[in-house]
Design a binder for this molecule. Sequence first.
Ligand code: HPA
Length: 273
Amino acid sequence: MTELERIDKAAAYVREVLGEAQIGMVLGSGLGDYVEALTDARMIPYDEIPGFPRATVPGHAGELWVGTLHGSRVLMMRGRFHSYEGHPLDDVVLPIRVMARLGIKTLILTNAAGAVNLNFAPGDLMLITDFINFSGKNPLTGPNIDALGPRFPDMSRAYDRRLRAIAAQAALEKGIELREGVYAWFNGPTYETPAEIRMARVLGADAVGMSTVPETIAAVHAGMQVLGISCLTNMAAGILEAPLSHREVTETAERVRGTFRTLLDSVIAKLNE
Ligand code: HPA
């Protein structure tokens, strides 16, 4: 089976069980419960979708939802595949490519990230303006899938300007402070070293994380418009005295969840105006 056949097989199943959608969303750490906002919703566990990767953590397989939110049919990924789990990048971006084949043109990527910019603080939300790929990997490595997009896709506007303007306006109207900056992808699962964070800052990064960039690349390749928003859950390594912990990340994500959801709600409502 070719990669395109694998994508299309998964897409056919998702279309049959969940139906069509206009907006795709990847729910990052702490946002998984956002699926509860959907009405007329249907769900498939990832492990029932043909060709989908097997979860590396049993019981955390992830779910694909489609439902209505502010007048649009929205597909939500509750749980994503990370490269650090050992998933090949073809698998990491498979759900994004499935969305593209379902005709989804607008993709909202969310994540938890460490703040590299010293003017930012844990709990801030950051609109992603651009990315730096520090992983040395690229999901488009290998034969190009011409049916999806070009061999050498332009990344000069990876995050769509119109969507960024909508998010900025939504934040303004809701009185939510929205930072803006560059997201840098490190593979993980180790948090970065203080030296890596100093390097990332000098080279133009405002936040660091272990996801989102391969998904952005695959989405832009497939002609989708991408909006990326990070929840800055911690100051990146070496900035503060205290060591980094996953607990800090999940606790901050949990604390900001309500504000994050208010912002996303407002963005989705505006997309249907
Ligand atoms: N580094 C990488 N990924 C992260 C971080 C971080 O500091 N915080 C949340 N995800």
